[in-house]
Structure formats: structure tokens, C-alpha cells
Design a protein around this ligand. Structure first.
Ligand SMILES: C[S@@+](CC[C@H](N)C(=O)[O-])C[C@H]1O[C@@H](n2cnc3c(N)ncnc32)[C@H](O)[C@@H]1O
Ligand code: SF4
Length: 384
């Protein structure tokens, strides 16, 4: 029996100062002045269109992602949040995160983001090594990164994430460790540590940079950094996520627990459980900002709708839950997919036999081996 999980709200803001050569997100180089007010109107119209999918439900987290949300002035973020809170019930202690590119940080802005209701920031730092930052095509250097974080701290933000990438071109184990040290010195509550991947249709995929560490060297970097983070009190709770106690990202945790989310904005994806129909709906919006601006709030803004059929649900669930260090409970699997555990008996048996997971008291937890080969473990659950 499908039960209705917690609901999050994802808001996509699709512009960046410059497109990074490794990035396959729906982000577009800003050419000239951005249509902030028109985009906020489009977001609100888009939300109105999706509202019937979420009547009466409470929103537990909001996440402004991109792109570079920090290109938007605080007044735009404020206007959207006011409109959203008039339409949806916001939970008390709602987590509201805004992704921030250090190259866009300005004095005075962070106070206003806070006043608008943002209570968590996520900085796209990537590295503190200026050579690495240049090779990644970033618009900021390490000093700007540190200054941006300090500006936010001065404005009272004490809950923030730093995004770092590793296995960068020319990066040694010592360099990666140094990035962790500099990140820790800024006293974040959360660190996301992503292995650089060569995504199709990016400049890096077309022309891979020299000196990318191989799989073994990348694994060594990951283990080394994980150890440093653990020693500093940052427990790993997901493949790429580390946090101090009680500072895990509630928004991302909801994704990983196969919760529901409204996806508002150009190219945004949503997932909604429709209890009365015992169905799970995915809906995504048209990707290009111009097309989105022209159609938001009408059916033409819907890039696609798809029901996740029962045969596909185990794979979609595992794609998320097996990323978690603590794994998942079979009771949650049943509630979120509407399937009995028997539906995955064969696959679980194989994963156990290969020492990829353990199963105890109704919980399935990836082993260290399983964590190293997450994609293979998830692959077991692909529908025939
Ligand atoms: C949407 S971006 C966040 C914020 C902002 N756009 C920025 O880059 O400063 C999310 C994060 O994903 C990570 N990321 C993006 N592309 C990646 C790739 N190809 N491999 C690994 N991590 C990647 C980066 O750490 C980035 O900060
Ligand atoms: S700033 Fe972030 S979203 Fe924009 S292109 Fe770079 S990595 Fe992608």
C-alpha cells in the first residue's frame, strides 16, 4: 500500500555567469540583464499549475538550485517564498536552502536572503587550489571563496554546505586533503564531496583534460578525505554527503528516502505520490528558459508526465536509498513503492551473496564493498 511521504519543493533557477566545462545541469550563460521579475511570475504560475497534485499537503523543505540561484536578488527570492507560502502549508522549522556561487557574492546580500527566509546556504566551492579552479573554468578563486563564506557568516548564516569536487585534473591525494582542511577551517555544518564525472554533452567529455586520477587513485582520495572528515566530526551519510550531527540536508534526505517533491522552474523534475490512485507520478518542465518563460502555468510548460509503474519502482527506489550509508528499512520500501518485500527477494538475495549489503532487523545496509560498487548494486534492480 503506497502511503504519502513528506513533500519538498525544488525551485530551479537556470542561469550562470559562465557555463563550466564539466557541468551538465540545466544552466545557461546569462547574456545581458536577466528577467528576474518575469521569471518569478513564471515560477508562481508554474506552482499554481502543479498545486492540484499537492492539495492540503505540508512542505518540509525548499531548495533553490541551479544554475546559480545567487544571481537572483534577495527581493526575487522573497517574492517567490511569499507567494509559495500563501499557496502551500509551510512546516515550522522549514529548511530553505539557496545554492550560491562564490563569484556572485556581494556585501549586503546575505542579510537580505536571510530576511527572506533562507536559512541554509550551499556554496559551490569545488576546490581551494587556484590552478584546479582555473582548469575547472570557475569564475572565482580561493580567496573569493573564503570571503564569500565569511560574508555569509557575518550575516548570521551558521548552517551552510560547501561543495567540493575531487579527482580533478592534476590533483594529488595531498592536494585533495588540503582542500578538505581549508573547507573545515571555514566551519561549515555540511560538506558535499563529489567525484568529478565526465558527463555526456559537456566540453570535458568531448575533450577530457589531462591528469584525471584513475579509479584506484580516486578511491584512495575518497577514503583519505572521508577519514579526515570523520575525524573532524563530519559523518558520511550518503555517497557524497558529510555532516555534523543533526545538520544533514533534510531536502536531499527526502530525495534519498524516495519522498515527494514539486519541481518548479525550467527543466525541474517533480515526483508525487497520488494516494487515491495508488500511483506515483513524475513530471518535468520544459528546459529552455525562454520556452519556460513563455509557457509557465500552462500545459505547454510540461516537458513530460510519466507514471512509475510497479515494475520500475524497485530500481527507482534503490537509485536513491542505496546511496545512504545507513541503507533503508524494508517497511519504508513497502510504504514508498506500494510493493511487498517479496518483489525484491531475488535481487536482495544476490546482493547478500555478493557481500554488497547486510540485512538485519528489517534493514538493508550497503557494506563497504557495496558502497564502492553502488552502481552495480543498484543495477541488480533494473527491470527486465
Ligand atoms: C548545481 S551545482 C551548485 C551551485 C553552483 N551552480 C556552482 O557551481 O557554484 C551543484 C554541484 O554539483 C557538482 N557538480 C557539477 N557538475 C559535476 C560533475 N560533472 N562532476 C562532479 N560534480 C559536479 C559541483 O560541486 C556543484 O557545486
Ligand atoms: S556555476 Fe554551477 S550550475 Fe553553473 S555551469 Fe558551473 S557547475 Fe554548472
Amino acid at each position: 500500500m503506497l502511503t504519502t511521504p513528506p513533500l519538498s519543493l525544488y525551485v530551479h533557477l537556470p542561469w550562470c555567469v559562465r557555463k563550466c566545462p564539466y557541468c551538465d545541469f540545466n544552466s545557461h550563460e546569462a547574456k545581458g540583464a536577466l528577467p528576474f521579475a518575469a521569471y518569478v511570475d513564471a515560477l508562481v504560475a508554474d506552482l499554481d499549475f502543479d498545486l492540484p497534485l499537492a492539495w492540503g499537503r505540508t512542505v518540509h523543505t525548499v531548495f533553490f538550485g541551479g544554475g546559480t540561484p545567487s544571481l537572483f536578488p534577495p527581493e526575487s527570492i522573497d517574492a517567490f517564498l511569499q507567494a509559495a507560502s500563501a499557496r502551500l502549508r509551510f512546516a515550522p522549522n522549514l529548511e530553505i536552502t539557496l545554492e550560491t556561487n562564490p563569484g556572485t557574492a556581494e556585501h549586503g546580500r546575505f542579510d537580505r536572503y536571510r530576511a527572506a527566509g533562507v536559512n541554509r546556504l550551499s556554496f559551490g566551492i569545488q576546490s581551494f587550489d587556484d590552478g584546479c579552479l582555473r582548469r575547472l573554468g570557475r569564475i572565482h578563486d580561493s580567496v573569493q571563496a573564503e570571503n564569500a563564506v565569511k560574508l555569509a557568516q557575518d550575516a548570521g548564516f551558521d548552517n551552510f554546505n560547501l561543495d567540493l569536487m575531487y579527482a580533478l585534473p592534476g590533483q594529488t591525494l595531498a592536494m585533495a586533503g588540503h582542500d578538505i582542511e581549508r573547507a573545515l577551517a571555514l566551519q561549515p555544518t555540511h560538506i558535499s564531496h563529489y567525484q568529478l564525472t565526465l558527463e555526456p554533452n559537456t566540453l570535458f567529455a568531448a575533450k577530457p583534460p589531462a591528469g584525471i586520477p584513475d579509479d584506484d587513485a580516486s578511491w584512495d582520495i575518497q577514503e583519505h578525505c572521508q577519514g579526515m572528515l570523520a575525524e573532524a566530526g563530519f559523518a558520511q551519510y550518503e555517497v557524497s554527503a558529510y555532516a555534523r550531527t543533526d545538520r544533514q540536508c533534510a531536502h536531499n534526505l527526502n530525495y534519498w528516502h524516495f519522498g515527494d517533491y514539486l519541481g518548479i522552474g525550467a527543466g525541474a523534475h517533480g515526483k508525487l505520490t497520488l494516494g487515491s490512485e495508488q500511483a506515483i507520478l513524475r513530471r518535468w518542465k520544459v528546459k529552455h528558459p525562454a520556452a519556460y518563460l513563455a509557457s509557465a502555468g500552462t500545459a505547454a510548460a510540461i516537458g513530460g508526465d510519466e507514471r512509475i509503474e510497479p515494475t520500475r519502482r524497485p530500481f527507482d527506489y534503490m537509485l536513491n536509498a542505496l546511496r545512504l550509508v545507513d541503507g533503508f528499512s524494508l517497511a519504508e520500501f513497502e510504504a514508498r513503492t506500494g510493493l511487498a518485500t517479496a518483489a525484491i527477494d531475488t535481487e536482495l538475495h544476490t546482493a547478500l551473496a555478493r557481500d554488497w549489503v547486510t540485512r538485519d532487523h528489517g534493514r538493508v545496509v550497503p557494506t563497504e564493498l557495496g558502497r564502492r560498487f553502488t552502481n552495480d548494486v543498484i543495477g541488480l534492480f533494473l527491470p527486465d
